[in-house]
Design a protein around this ligand. Sequence first.
Ligand SMILES: Cc1ncc(COP(=O)(O)O)c(C=O)c1O
Length: 366
Amino acid sequence: MISTYIPYLDLQPHNNRFAQQDLKTFKEIHRTGRFIGGEWVNRFENTFASYCGVDHCIGTANGMDALTIILKAELALGKLPKNAKIVVPAHTYIATFLSVLHAGMQPIPVDVEELTITAQVLRQFHQNYDAIIAVDIYGRLVDDEVYAYAKEKSIPIYCDTAQSHGATSDTGVKSGNLARASAFSFYPTKNLGALGDAGAITTNDHDLAITCRKIANYGRESRFINNLVGVNSRLDPLQAGFLLNRLPQLDTDNQRRVAIASYYFKHLQNTKVSLHTLDFLKNNVVHVFPVYVDHRKGFVDHLDKEGIGTSVHYEVPPHQQKALQELNHLRFPVTEKLHRTEVSLPCHPLMTLEQLQKVVQAVNAY
Ligand SMILES: Cc1ncc(COP(=O)(O)O)c(C=O)c1O
């Protein structure tokens, strides 16, 4: 029974595909004796920038820092005021909110429509705000209309692309190239994951790119001159090397994730288990495949007994966390229901048809 258990995600076989290359990369970097910045980081930044179709990519230590640095850079450039009010979707991982707070700004949460913020949500939101952070939650790109709305209103828009590496919009634009700047996470479980923490900023704005690069490196102008209050958040060359090994596989892996999600849409049939509408699959690289049940524990226990691992994204929304007490009085019914009922099914590129059939059978038997 144990041997046939289908884990929610097992990173070992996933990474085993790159083991030989990774060892070679490790040896090469070890031999260079250069463990901060340098050729490998440059190579990853250039390769990822061209993959996303952007002019600039700046490696960072993780995804949350990437978003914080973008906002701090905008402040330094005078594009955002101190204490700026930043609209964020209530339905996201808390890192989106924290990055705004760490930049000395205020997160202004808005409820999502079905999953993400939409132009309709923004049109109906009448408070004042200075900027928007869109979040491609579960790998689903925020609709193009949101960017069009921000442009029409001349409101800067940034994107938290931590979950949408490689997703492509209706007009063929890649994740990372839709907003004024985007923040990627390469946390090991992400569609493009490193072997530790790693992140990156992408942008087409030259001044923003230069300022982000300085802020990520102590605010340094040059070796002994610091003109900005920066942080230490640099992409590790080893992680850059490991990411370079994985990037060529990303599109194939993403296609497989979409195929798995399509299979689920076709075969899952249980009135006690709700799915999103098929619109979910639009411009989506399916970082997470969510289903929704009223009695989460019972469903998770049932699947576990059937030999299927699951996850939850996420149990408690940011505005209800103790860490964000000033937001605890707010209510976001769509987000709260998503967080109360969501269960993530296994959806990773190495799943076999047999495993998929087993998941479908178990869900349908619930
Ligand atoms: C939506 C979202 N934003 C931001 C982050 C933060 O990324 P990291 O863990 O690399 O700091 C994550 C990942 O954990 C995420 O899922």
